[in-house]
Ligand binder design. Sequence first.
Ligand SMILES: NC(=O)c1ccc[n+]([C@@H]2O[C@H](COP(=O)([O-])OP(=O)(O)OC[C@H]3O[C@@H](n4cnc5c(N)ncnc54)[C@H](O)[C@@H]3O)[C@@H](O)[C@H]2O)c1
Length: 457
Amino acid sequence: MRIPSPLKEEAPVPQVSRRSFLQAGGGTALASVLPGRHFVLAQQPVPPSVPAGNPVRFASIGLGIQGSSLLRAAMSMPQAQCVAVADLYDGRHTLAREIAGAGTRTTRSYHELLDDRTIECVIVAVPDHAHRQVTVDALAAGKDVYCEKPMSHSIADGQAMVQAVTDSRHFVQVGSQRVSSALFLKAQSLFREGAVGDLLQVELQLGRNSPGGAWQYPIPPDLSAQTLDWAAWQGAVPKRPFDPVAFSRWRCFRAYGTGMAGDLMVHLLSGMQCITGINAAPDQAHSIGGIRRWKDGRDMPDVQTTTFSYGEVPVSIRLSQGTETPEVTRILGSKGVLEVSGSAVSLSPQSGVDTSPDYGLNGWPAAMHAEYERQWHAEHDPELTAHVANETTVWHGQSWDDLHPHLQNFFSSVRTRTPPVEDVVFGHHAATACHMANASYFEGKVVRSNSKGGERA
Ligand SMILES: NC(=O)c1ccc[n+]([C@@H]2O[C@H](COP(=O)([O-])OP(=O)(O)OC[C@H]3O[C@@H](n4cnc5c(N)ncnc54)[C@H](O)[C@@H]3O)[C@@H](O)[C@H]2O)c1
């Protein structure tokens, strides 16, 4: 995977004491309040520019919560031009014209747009269960695809999508924008420099505690079987009567969504893959949890704790919709702890040596103890005195919701035919881990992948 290092000079900021930072209303992230050396990260990376007067012509497929955010972002980019929007719900056609202009072409049929040879690429922001079909169709029609995360709704879907890219001359960029975050790229460069030494463990976490955070999204008042093509929306999922709750809150249901794994975990795993260079599915997953807080008819857990093994590296992930906690990516190694949280990256180095005679001496008689201590100090004190203090360094950056650079990278790749920052294989690996976690949760057992990465044994 190619990830350019975009960081420019970093500016030091004055030392911030824990107390003064809290009084100033500093962020909730642990790194934000750590004493130590503080720096401000440079602006977001700017990808190679597209030749002037030659914008990339794109269409949006799916214009709900995320599709509309992506379209708004794209409208601010001179290197891209929205040609048309497809969505199955007519309310989103109105929204498309509000965002992209009154003359914007809209349709319920994305196939109509794939037939338009002047459209070079598509942004696919449909619910998870529809990613495979729309993406495979778009690739077959000769379009590059920006496909939202989680890339797939099942391991088999992901494999089909990887194959579809292989069979085409086009690419997929997956929409986990952490990999385009200046924070994660800073953490990546620190990791590559060996700042944490040997990679030993990874801890990831995120918690919410509100109806919105639990996906209880409002249902549009005009939504009906007349304003929505409900049959097409269900795609290959077994058909059922019109269900406005499923349309608006599909994340709650396994038939359409991927639960907290596909909504939250996939971001955390993509960030981990970006920092550590792990580009593989885990070897095994074990996930437990349940529906503890939001007993609203959903079938996806709202509390979920998962452990993975990636080769020799254990990765643990705590997700919750019952207790709010910050998003944290913590990389633990033999030389210390690297952490991304809130709007900061912190590095807390550890020397890994004893700084005083060993605790085990407490069990020795006094004379033996004293003689050992004397010798220990004679041997170690010169080195310890010369040793640099284990001071934490914090880089403060912008929000890690780096949708703009991620989308810019996509348009740039379309124009320059260079690989995108988050390709189909990277996305397949991250999504596969989520599917393994869910399979373990539902089946109540450890799930293992085979050597091809992804098929459960
Ligand atoms: N990267 C991020 O931070 C982020 C944030 C939110 C959502 N997402 C992802 O974006 C995707 C969409 O999520 P959302 O919250 O916007 O969902 P949404 O329900 O708000 O919008 C999805 C839209 O897709 C349309 N649609 C469904 N099938 C279609 C088809 N075959 N043809 C045309 N339109 C179709 C629906 O009518 C709907 O308007 C999901 O995969 C989700 O996981 C990513």
